[in-house]
Design a protein around this ligand. Structure first.
Ligand SMILES: Cc1cc2nc3c(=O)[nH]c(=O)nc-3n(C[C@H](O)[C@H](O)[C@H](O)COP(=O)(O)O)c2cc1C
Length: 253
């Protein structure tokens, strides 16, 4: 299997960086090929805008969807976007490694979605969801949170993590990926603390996350998926024709 790790953190030596390294080590040990897309280190530009398209379909008025479709048709996608798509094409599994920022994925990663998931080439009105371009490939979000695990339980102050991850995971499903249950390392306050208190209980807490992540990666064959509705569930307006059963809703079973 070939794995792409999309790493989104401005600090390479952060705890997210530690989890990235755990993934690289664990997956390589199992004989998998691993590639890392380090969005910050590579200077990925996450802002979709007209300057990315020198051969504009409409030079007077910018429409992201139109220019993406046009650029993919005439073979002039921006170099960085083309590189990311090639990486995705090579991958059987894509790991997204990021910290929870403002109850969501960081803006850098959101912008990566905005630019890399190209209209026309990678999705159309008929090529999406369970008929999406990347069907057959799997994706998993591995994230860290500042707040502790208890804060994300029902009515907790951290909020509902399934709801927070919904836009990220549903967008990946829209692109055709099968979504594995996320890996969440709660209560991570930063590696500087980790170094300072390496021998303390907080150090043990972070070591526990590292171990849990490597064990999760070692057992990918048995990984549970997040289920979403598919084309068979919707009527012509895109509404679920019948109440969704257990198998068609977001679950954390
Ligand atoms: C801009 C920003 C927003 C954040 N928002 C949240 C949040 O909504 N919920 C949360 O639990 N932690 C939040 N945090 C804390 C980070 O999730 C935490 O610092 C990170 O997961 C620690 O991993 P790291 O050491 O690799 O950065 C936020 C941190 C930053 C910098």
């Amino acid at each position: 299997m070939h794995v792409l790790i999309v790493f989104c953190h401005p600090e390479a030596d952060s705890f997210n960086g530690v989890l990235r390294d755990v993934a690289v080590r664990t997956l390589r040990k199992q004989g998998h090929g691993v590639e890392v897309a380090d969005l910050h280190a590579e200077g990925f530009d996450p802002v979709e805008r007209g300057c990315h398209y020198p051969q504009r379909k409409n030079p007077d008025w910018f429409s992201g969807m139109d220019e993406q479709r046009h650029a993919s048709t005439i073979g002039s996608l921006p170099d960085d976007v083309a590189r990311e798509i090639e990486r995705l094409e090579r991958a059987d599994l894509v790991v997204f490694q990021f910290p929870l920022w403002w109850h969501s994925q960081p803006a850098m990663l959101k912008g990566w979605f905005d630019r890399v998931f190209v209209n026309g080439a990678l999705y159309t009105s008929t090529m999406r969801y369970d008929r999406g371009y990347f069907r057959g490939k799997r994706a998993i979000c591995s994230l860290t949170t500042g707040a502790p695990e208890a804060a994300f339980r029902e009515n907790g102050r951290g909020g509902n993590i399934d709801t927070m991850l919904w836009p990220t995971q549903y967008s990946l499903y829209y692109m055709g990926f099968t979504i594995l249950q996320p890996f969440i390392a709660h209560g991570v306050q930063g590696l500087s603390d980790f170094v300072r208190v390496e021998e303390s209980r907080f150090g043990d807490h972070l070591e526990g996350h590292k171990l849990a992540w490597s064990q999760r990666l070692e057992n990918l064959a048995m990984a549970e998926t997040v289920c979403f509705p598919g084309w068979k569930d919707w009527d012509e307006q895109g509404h679920a024709a019948a109440p969704a059963g257990n198998e068609t809703v977001l679950t954390r079973a």
